[in-house]
Design a protein around this ligand. Structure first.
Ligand code: KIV
Length: 292
């Protein structure tokens, strides 16, 4: 049964009501034009992920993300979004270093970034921050399993919860976050059996990434889905487009046309009979159509 309307803005209560009724589609977005396309295509949740550090800025991990950059990306995504719930990803050390700072930083995602909620990585050890953010009426999405901000501790981007003890710890973290009042949980790179167990046991939607099919929803990174980047592709990624080839071919064609003189044509040029005699200052729009 469809719980999430196709043509009305979604909300946190609607996402909660979708548990067990309708699967949630979530994708990362970092800028206004791609957010507008994803929103129009029916993606339910746009996550402004700190994965922007890797996908947009070419960093090897997410640890370099800053509050200012994340809020700026969130604002761009929010401005272009009509239906989806926009979630801002709190960067490394923006919520781990003190509860007051955590609330202040979370608030920036809503007040300046226009987000509906924030996402934080970690379980019981970050509960004081989660509780304080929730007490400020800021909805929180949790994230357990492979939490990329802890990749140094894990020794790399590795599947978590394969052994009984670590699986228990992840399940306990998930339950603690749900009991604290998080509205959804990302389960990243955990065995599908563990994700299924957590999905059964928590009353909030689980959104999987490399966590199997039993989750209440799925999230992938925009650049992976669209085939924007080449190189290593994690096992769980399904590529739905080959933007890398499309962009490379377009860039080659443009380069060819510039070098051969085929671009621009007369139709792509401005005509004028007389050169201007003197510079005039005008407030009229630029003839190039992109503003003065
Ligand atoms: O930053 C991100 O893109 C994420 C997703 C992988 C869930 O946290």
């Amino acid at each position: 049964m469809a719980v999430l309307p196709e043509d009305e803005p979604l909300s946190i209560p609607l996402l909660l009501a979708a548990k067990g009724q309708e699967r949630i589609a979530m994708m990362t977005a970092y800028d206004a034009p791609s957010a507008a396309l994803l929103d129009a295509a029916g993606i339910d949740v746009l996550l402004v992920g700190d994965s922007a550090e890797m996908t947009v800025y070419g960093e090897p991990n997410t640890l370099t993300a800053t509050m200012d950059a994340m809020v700026r990306h969130t604002r761009a995504v929010s401005r272009a979004t009509r239906r989806a719930v926009v979630v801002g990803d709190m960067p490394f050390l923006s919520y781990q270093a003190g509860v007051e700072k955590a609330v202040e930083n979370a608030g920036r995602f809503l007040a300046e970034g226009g987000a509906a909620a924030v996402k934080v990585e970690g379980g019981r050890r970050i509960l004081p921050a989660v509780e304080a953010i929730l007490a400020a009426d800021i909805p929180v999405m949790g994230h357990v399993g492979l939490t990329p901000q802890s990749y140094r501790k894990f020794g790399g981007f590795k599947v978590q919860g394969r052994e009984a003890e670590s699986a228990r710890a992840i399940a306990d973290d998930a339950k603690a976050l749900a009991e604290a009042g998080c509205f959804a949980l990302v389960l990243e790179c955990v065995p599908d059996s563990l994700a299924a167990e957590i999905t059964r046991e928590v009353p909030i939607p689980t959104i999987g990434i490399g966590a199997g099919a039993a989750c209440d929803g799925q999230v992938l990174v925009f650049h992976d889905v669209m085939g924007f980047t080449r190189g290593h592709r994690p096992k769980f990624v399904r590529r739905y487009a080959d933007l890398a080839t499309v962009i490379e071919q377009a860039a080659r064609a443009f380069t060819h046309d510039v070098k051969s003189g085929a671009y621009p044509s007369r139709e792509e040029s401005f005509s004028g009979t007389k050169p201007p005699l003197r510079r005039v200052h005008s407030k009229s729009p630029s003839p190039c159509g992109r503003g003065a």
